[in-house]
Design a protein around this ligand. Structure first.
Ligand code: NOJ
Length: 604
């Protein structure tokens, strides 16, 4: 026997780990017994179901990842060409921001056809090839699904706006103006605002009504009180599931419904009782009538049921549903998982941890404890940035220790329990690079909000592959400029440097996948009064425990993780990962950390 039954059970949830273990234990010419083969098979089946629970999901903004046809815009074939890089990094799934046909007002989030690929990104055949090639590498493709709104060029909206009695009229949210007369349009129906600035109501001259848009004017909101809209999206989701996608990320999901009475929203006041004015010059509203309204959970449960129906043999296993869930607290986040009877998202984004936006040990500890203890049996989905938010450097960096700080943040992301979203380029430390002139802005909110809101171009710059012209992203003119720091911050340079951030990410991901306490263990905070160093323990039944300790300051720190009363015996440690140049600690009593230093050790 190469494996004891107990050892096998430990690894049941990960086929990959089971395979590695079998390979390692059975090396040296011993053959694998039949029972072990059967166990490995059932481990593989279980891991197809549970793959998302410890997954690393890599977000690609396709426009900016890899161009293969020289038009300066990334494409699907570019992503396919880079799959080996992603495999080596260790990702389980790729979330693609929208690649459907679109006028590109919101760079794909304004969809005009949900069943095709925008020609600037490729074709359906290219997409199928991407899914197949990714599948060969055990990487799943997650599509972005935008159900809150369509493009104003979508045939549904063109029909809807063509006349008041068109069958599609009720697919969108149309209302008369306040004080509207036979000749005058009156005022917008209420005070609701677009998240992208100014009134959320747009007058339509032809049919003489206003339509509602939570985002750009070119993104009319669908009417989710119309059952036909539900059926249409079940079909669309089915279309992509049939093509073998591994799941969806549901865009703007909390804004599907609005208060049917159109009640005005409250104005947010500052501490002096004056209205807070946002970057667009409008009073800030509280979102109480247009966000997280009744009806939402039923839609997500419907999508979950649709996804569960697809046990396609092309890519077996759970089709994971991710939610774009910016919610005010952990209680609201928990509701997005649904109930055992009516399951909803597998992975609603935990924005509580992501957007603390300062290196505050107590804040992180409290939010991570919430993620561990207040989501029930559910799996947290941690993240730190994405295509809508400045990258990690801009929110946590200090300009001096940015790489070390990226190690701190990535350790929290990848050494905590749950699934993790990694935004393309974070693994090499790409920096937020906003435009310096309004004339250069591409994201329309950066034009409306300039200079307070510079838009999202800064976090969408091209992937930095090497130090050649345009960082290896394109042979043409990149749609957004490549930051000058691509000379030093790039994949090629970091691949050959064992102390690079890229090497750190790879090592962390490998630990996440292969160390049992990381792959399936819980998080328990240690040294909980410490305000400078965040430490935690990963533990799983029958597996060696692992300590993780992270210095949140620019000064060296020392921690004693086996102090009296800690409940931890001063066992010996085996270093699994540590910041470059750091020494191995003598014991759990004395772990020395350099500025923003990180140490991960297994207890022996
Ligand atoms: C959230 C997306 O992430 C963002 O990029 C987009 O502009 C809005 N939803 C509207 O779809």
């Amino acid at each position: 026997m190469c494996l004891s039954n107990a050892t096998k059970r430990k690894f049941e949830r990960s086929a990959w780990v089971a395979t590695i273990l079998l390979a390692a234990l059975c090396a040296g010419g011993q053959s694998v017994p039949a029972k072990a083969k059967v166990d490995a098979k059932s481990a593989a089946a279980a891991s197809e179901l549970d793959w998302w629970k410890n997954a690393v999901i890599y977000e690609i903004y396709p426009r900016s990842f890899q161009d293969t046809n020289g038009d300066g815009i990334g494409d699907l074939n570019g992503i396919t060409a880079r799959l080996d890089y992603l495999k080596e990094l260790g990702v389980d799934a790729i979330w693609l921001t929208p690649v459907y046909p679109s006028p590109q007002v919101d760079f794909g989030y304004d969809i005009s056809d949900y069943r095709n690929i925008d020609p600037q990104y490729g074709t359906l055949a290219d997409f199928d090839r991407l899914v197949a090639e990714a599948g060969k590498r055990h990487i799943r493709i997650i599509m972005d699904m935008v159900m809150n709104h369509t493009s104003d060029q979508h045939p549904w909206f063109l029909a809807s706006r063509s006349s008041r009695d068109n069958p599609y009229r009720d697919w969108y949210v149309w209302r008369d103006g306040k004080g509207q007369t036979a000749t005058g349009k009156g005022q917008p129906p209420n005070n609701w605002q677009s998240l992208f600035g100014h009134s959320a109501w747009q007058w339509d001259d032809k049919t003489r009504q206003y339509y509602y848009h939570k985002f750009y004017i070119q993104q009319p909101d669908l009417n989710w009180r119309n059952p036909a809209v539900h059926r249409a999206f079940e079909d669309i989701v089915g279309f992509w599931l049939e093509r073998g996608v591994g799941g969806f990320r549901f865009d703007a999901i909390t804004t599907l419904f609005e208060d049917p009475n159109l009640t005005d929203e409250g104005v947010v006041l500052d501490k002096n009782g004056k209205p807070v004015i946002n970057a667009y010059g409008d009073p800030q509203l509280d979102g109480s009538k247009t966000d997280n309204q009744p009806g939402l959970h039923q839609v997500v449960a419907e999508m979950r049921a649709t996804a569960d129906k697809f046990a396609s043999t092309r890519f077996p296993g759970t089709r994971a549903l991710i939610g774009e869930t910016y919610l005010p607290n952990i209680g609201e986040l928990k509701t997005m998982y649904g109930t055992p009877q009516h399951p909803e998202f597998e992975l609603p984004m935990d924005t509580q941890v992501a957007f603390i936006n300062k290196l505050d040990v107590a804040g992180f500890r409290a939010r991570l404890v919430d993620a561990e203890s207040r989501l029930g049996v559910n799996t947290p989905l941690l993240l730190f940035d994405n295509h809508d938010n400045p990258r990690i450097d801009a929110r946590y960096g200090d300009g001096l220790h940015d790489t070390a700080i990226q190690r701190v943040i990535s350790t929290i992301l990848l050494a905590s329990r749950g699934a993790a979203l990694v935004y393309y380029g974070d693994e090499i430390g790409m920096k937020t690079t906003p435009p310096s002139r309004k004339a250069d802005v591409k994201d329309p909110i950066g034009i409306t909000g300039w200079p307070k809101e510079k838009g999202r171009d800064g976090e969408r710059t091209p992937m930095q592959w090497n130090d050649t012209a345009n960082a290896g992203f394109t042979t043409g003119k990149p749609w957004l400029p490549v930051p000058p720091n691509a000379d030093t911050i790039n994949v090629r340079a970091e691949q050959s440097n064992p102390a690079s951030l890229l090497a750190w990410y790879k090592a962390l991901i490998q630990l996440k996948k292969t160390v049992p306490a990381f792959a399936r263990g819980s998080n328990v905070m240690l040294d909980t009064e410490n305000t400078k160093v965040l430490s935690w323990l990963r533990q799983a039944p029958g597996a060696p425990r692992v300590v993780v300790t992270v210095n949140f300051t620019a000064q060296p720190q020392t921690v004693d993780l086996a102090a009296a009363g800690s409940g931890i015996a001063p066992e010996k440690l085996k270093t699994l990962l540590k910041s470059p140049g750091a020494a191995d600690p003598a014991s759990l009593h004395h772990i020395a950390l350099g500025p923003y230093g990180v140490y991960i050790g297994q207890m022996l």
